[in-house]
Design a protein around this ligand. Sequence first.
Ligand SMILES: [Fe+2]
Length: 207
Amino acid sequence: MIYTIIEDHSPYYITFKYDGLESIIDYINDQVPYKIEQSKNFGITPINYEYHIYSKIVSNQFFNLLPLSEQIRFNKNFLLSVNTLPGGGGAVHKDVDQHRTYCRFSINIPLKILDDDCITSWYSDETFKDYPSMKQNWRHAFSDFRKLDQFEPLMTASFKPTEIVLINADIWHAWDNTRSSNYRNLLSLRAEFPKDVYFEDIKSLLF
Ligand SMILES: [Fe+2]
């Protein structure tokens, strides 16, 4: 298999690499996003992160260059990165796509990571069982990423600039860049049929 596992922290995340990863990162870093959307603020900070959305032409070219396209059915017309501001972060959530379809996993590829200070954490269902948002079955459990210290995570991670990350997006998770003075930008790849493909399925396909 062409992919080399760096760390396996199943069922939360797996980091891995392949020869040629740097060139695809360089390709996207040379492109200008077609559109930038700012995060909702949830009354926390004005902007926590931006979605950088690439054109269909760039997106198609990217997926044609990406060897993982042979194992995973990505939505090749949709490519976005999540560019987190210094001091920003993301709410405790489970992933959905632009049509509010559940995404059970995410493949993240680093575009810009300049430090180790952005922390991603995973939490149990039990932790948020009494939060009203979860009872409504909305995919956010807790909005204020600056106050995550009160919860005990099941796992934490700090992603590296040269590693791909397979993320279990079906477990509550959040990210916190409040200790950093740098932007952190990651591509977040979406499957074509995200509702039906789980972390363990992708693990079996790749490794
Ligand atoms: Fe997520």
